[in-house]
Design a protein around this ligand. Structure first.
Ligand SMILES: Cc1cc2nc3c(=O)[nH]c(=O)nc-3n(C[C@H](O)[C@H](O)[C@H](O)COP(=O)(O)OP(=O)(O)OC[C@H]3O[C@@H](n4cnc5c(N)ncnc54)[C@H](O)[C@@H]3O)c2cc1C
Length: 411
């Protein structure tokens, strides 16, 4: 039996950020992952500004190092395509927080990004990184948690950070979170080479196709002429509309004229893979006696954009802060661990809450078309939408019926 203070289950973004922040605070921990790195993670490969903000807080030299990696594609904006195929290009606003030579967003194949982060973890003496080890179960002990492992070498920890992703069994027990089909998206993705027509500044593209609303088809440009192509929609609508996501994706590529043109000389270079995205639906309790849930295991994915890497990084950071405090005060009670929930929600609760209201508007193709048409000719609306990507007050506007009424009335 290994007896330790902190065990982190899962070395995705939530787990590695927790481990790296603990290392920064001088707190030793054990990070366990069932995979051997580099390992694949099914994802759109979009790395949002939140990741850069948190990396900058962790270690700005590490952010600089990441930004220079050959597997990184610097992205400066987003292209939104409406159901009538009109498109709107919106630049990301630069963050004032870090070196302006670093772009406000990145794309990177997760196999590369996660491995870069895992290598960083391996360089920290405070972190014991156990690869190819699976946590199979947990048991409560007096003021501790015992974790069973596949190898049989069990672990006893004062604090456990469950960061083992969308299919974590610990989300339900001890987490108490039950998934619903309405708030679980299925995403599929594949890689293509040779797609044309990208924005010169590598804008990530969300194509809101009529049959997939409020979900979307995406194309994210990557290094080496690759692109991540995929679609995502919540499981409730998938089954209600009898949608086969793979068929829907290939049908769009083959039959929609502007996509047909862009994929004319493109070649699919990997198989299609699917994975769930546990979407945020409401503020839930994400901690308890001696434990915290982080990242997808805490259902922190943005319900509109499907972004989860940034929120995983944020929760990893706050889990580390809380673990440090709990060890200092020798208090591992659920009442005290709730500080963690409060910190996570103070940072992203409002943003998630606003996002959760937006699908009820974007599910109407005619309204979506009207907003994008209008924004193409209105500097004011375009500016509003650009700001809405980073500014919460502006994003709040997007859930107000009045905004859409004004757009329809041409004001
Ligand atoms: C198709 C698709 C597209 C997406 N596109 C984007 C995007 O473009 N941008 C974005 O920000 N987000 C995107 N997401 C969401 C994003 O991938 C997740 O939110 C993010 O990976 C969550 O990080 P995490 O650390 O919580 O979990 P993960 O990245 O899933 O990591 C969990 C880790 O835990 C390990 N593990 C699991 N069980 C155990 C166990 N029992 N014992 C030990 N180890 C274990 C796994 O091996 C894994 O390494 C997408 C998701 C999907 C499915």
């Amino acid at each position: 039996m290994k007896r330790i203070n902190v065990c982190i289950v899962g070395a995705g973004p939530a787990g590695v950020f927790a481990a790296l922040f603990l290392a920064k605070y001088g707190v030793e921990c054990t990070l366990v992952d069932k995979a051997k790195f580099p390992r694949n993670k099914i994802c759109g490969d979009g790395i949002s500004g939140w990741v850069l903000t948190i990396l900058n807080e962790l270690d700005n030299k590490l952010l600089e190092k990441l930004s220079k990696q050959p597997f990184i594609t610097h992205s400066h904006g987003i292209r939104i395509v409406a159901p009538n195929y009109n498109q709107l290009d919106l630049p990301f606003l630069d963050s004032g927080d870090w070196d302006q030579s670093i772009s406000p967003g990145f794309t990177a194949r997760r196999i590369d990004f996660d491995n870069f982060m895992a290598e960083e973890v391996k360089s920290r003496k405070e972190v014991e990184f156990l690869e190819e080890e699976e946590i199979t179960d947990y048991k409560r002990l007096n003021n501790k948690i015992q974790l069973s492992t596949k190898s049989g070498d069990d672990i006893e920890a004062k604090i456990v950070i469950f960061a083992n992703g969308a299919t974590s069994k610990f989300m339900k027990d001890p987490g108490g979170i039950l998934k619903t089909r309405k708030y679980t998206m299925t995403g599929i993705k594949t890689y293509y080479k040779g797609i044309t027509g990208f924005h010169e500044k590598n804008y990530v593209e969300l194509h809101f196709l009529k049959e997939l609303l409020p979900g979307y088809f995406w194309i994210f440009p990557l290094s080496d002429g690759l692109a991540n192509v995929g679609v995502g929609l919540d499981q409730y609508r998938i089954s209600k509309r009898h949608i086969n996501l793979k068929d829907a994706m290939f049908k769009a590529i083959e039959e929609i004229p502007y996509l047909q043109e862009r994929f004319k000389n493109a070649e699919q270079v990997s198989k299609v893979e699917a994975y769930p995205l546990p979407l945020w639906d409401r503020k839930r309790v994400i901690s308890g006696d001696n434990f915290m849930l982080a990242g997808d295991a805490a259902n922190l994915i943005d319900p509109v954009t499907g972004e989860g890497v940034g929120h995983a990084a944020i929760s990893g950071m706050f889990a580390a802060k809380q673990a440090k405090l709990a060890l200092e005060t020798d208090n591992f009670s659920s009442g005290f661990m709730k500080n963690y929930d409060d910190n996570v929600y103070a940072k992203i609760g409002k943003e998630l809450n606003i996002s959760s209201k937006i699908p009820r508007f974007i599910k109407y193709p005619w309204l979506f078309n009207a907003v994008i048409n209008k924004a193409s000719s209105s500097d004011i609306l375009r500016k509003k939408l650009t700001l809405a990507m980073t500014n919460l007050e502006e994003r709040k506007e997007l859930k107000r019926p009045m905004l859409y009424l004004k757009v329809l009335l041409g004001r």
